[in-house]
Design a protein around this ligand. Structure first.
Ligand code: C2G
Length: 138
């Protein structure tokens, strides 16, 4: 059984996240998502709308996701790869090259980000009296 792992905040879950999780799962049979804790988000300079528990619950509800663990720091990845017997580390290509050090322990795959959507875009659009979805526009 090929085991995949990916890491992220996954706030205001959107189809860009789902695309990544689907493509990650397509690379194997078991997908672990390490979701950033609220404390680690602060270290990353991010504040999320949903709490760690809420983001964990949302991710556990996705059919592509088999297990959700906390991402508490930058250093845990190598330990996680060994602890969970991971074959492939996956993350969006906005991180391209940042995690090549993991190539000593597993395959490293950077997947193309979904264009046109992001958590910050959602927040900006809503704050600006927001663009509404296509259906309502027509
Ligand atoms: N993503 C994507 N397409 C988007 C938006 C996000 O493919 N339009 C991907 C990102 O590349 C990442 C994942 O969805 O692989 C989660 O995105 P974030 O929650 O923004 O994660 P990030 O803050 O980049 O945290 O240790 C790694 C960090 O925890 C990654």
């Amino acid at each position: 059984m090929k085991k995949i792992i990916t890491y992220g905040t996954f706030d205001l879950l959107h189809y860009g996240h789902i695309n990544l999780l689907k493509k990650a799962k397509d690379l194997g049979q078991y997908l672990i998502v390490a979701v950033s804790t609220d404390e680690f988000n602060k270290l990353k300079g991010k504040s999320s709308y949903f709490s760690f528990e809420e983001r964990k619950f949302l991710l556990e509800s996705i059919k592509y996701v088999d297990e959700v663990i906390p991402e508490k720091n930058w250093e845990q990845k190598e330990i996680d790869v060994l602890k969970y017997n991971i074959d492939t580390f996956v993350i969006g290509d906005d991180w391209k090259g940042e995690f090549d050090f993991l190539k000593n322990s597993c395959e490293v795959v950077y997947l193309p980000r979904t264009i046109g959507i992001s958590t910050s875009k959602i927040k900006t659009d809503i704050n600006n009296g927001g663009e509404i979805c296509q259906l309502e526009r027509s």
